[in-house]
Design a binder for this molecule. Structure first.
Ligand code: GUN
Length: 283
């Protein structure tokens, strides 16, 4: 039997629709800071701004030169922190090579109240407490949770295996699954006998960026597979999962593209509204 296809678009559209009334009432503003001209970032930013336009969310694109200094970038961040009209902003990653070692400093400089990527220590730390404190969760893991909820896939009591330990996807996703009662195993590139572990997963989430690394023999019959990895192979997007072969054995699977991707933008927009509400309530 063919598996349930977990498409992100209907989930994103449903979430964005539910946010429209708040956008109209609260009139928040989202700013994207881009440094340099990374082609993948260009495409992600275009999608983010297009979605903002579609739901009537005020937005601004600050495009800085690849040659910008750390001081100049920090100055922009400081100005956005101080600007009362700006609800939330993100600094699109990766930064140009010269600035990449400074990413932790850059993230630390963002006011936690405006950190709608949820990448800073304050917002990440709060997630450790419970679901109730996931106020500004990183957009991609948040999108995964929303997809599972939309398609009525329960998390509690399940064995969830997360492959990938990045600060922006793997680690926060593991915490969000744990907060919802899953038994969580987190694997990484050094994990021994990876297939042995992934085969135990009721819910397998892969966020590595290694095309088709999850093969049919690495998944359990009837498992739910969430593919978060995106790579470009011969000009075509590929996920971490060998979709065709793995589809033969699983009960549900996200495609790439069209799975988690659309949800990340919707989650970011939701964070912008949450940030606005929390800023107003703290006044
Ligand atoms: N680069 C890839 N994904 C993201 C994201 O969610 N936020 C930022 N700031 N940069 C990214």
């Amino acid at each position: 039997m063919s598996p349930l296809l977990l498409l992100g678009r209907p989930v994103a559209d449903s979430l964005l629709e539910s946010l429209k009334a708040d956008i109209k009432k609260l009139d928040p503003k989202l700013v994207v800071v881009q440094v340099g001209d990374d082609p993948a970032s260009e495409s992600y930013i275009r999608q983010k701004l297009k979605s903002c336009e579609a739901v009537g969310l005020r937005n601004e694109h600050r495009h800085l030169s690849e040659k910008v200094t750390l001081e100049e970038l920090m100055q922009t961040i400081g100005e956005l922190n101080e600007n009362a009209d700006v609800t939330g902003f993100i600094v699109q990653l990766p930064l140009p090579k010269a600035l990449q070692p400074h990413v932790p400093e850059v993230i630390r400089a963002i006011d936690p109240k405006k950190d709608i990527d949820g990448f800073g220590a304050y917002n990440l730390g709060k997630m450790f407490l419970s679901v109730e404190f996931e106020h500004l969760p990183p957009a991609t893991p948040s999108g995964v949770i929303e997809i599972l909820k939309f398609y009525k896939i329960s998390i509690e009591g399940k064995h969830a295996v997360v492959v990938g330990r990045s600060n922006i996807v793997g680690k926060p996703l593991a915490i969000m699954l744990l907060n919802r009662g899953a038994t969580v195993t987190v694997c990484n590139s050094k994990t021994k006998n990876l297939a042995e572990i992934t085969r135990q997963a009721d819910i397998l989430c892969c966020a590595v960026g290694s095309p088709k690394m999850i093969t049919k023999n690495m998944v359990k019959q009837g498992a739910v597979v969430i593919d978060i990895g995106v790579s470009r192979v011969d000009g075509k997007l590929s996920g971490d999962v060998d979709f065709e072969a793995v589809s033969e054995v699983v009960s549900a699977i996200t495609p790439v593209p069209g799975g988690v991707g659309p949800m990340t933008v919707a989650s970011l927009i939701r964070n912008c509204i949450t940030a606005k509400k929390r800023q107003l309530s703290a006044e």
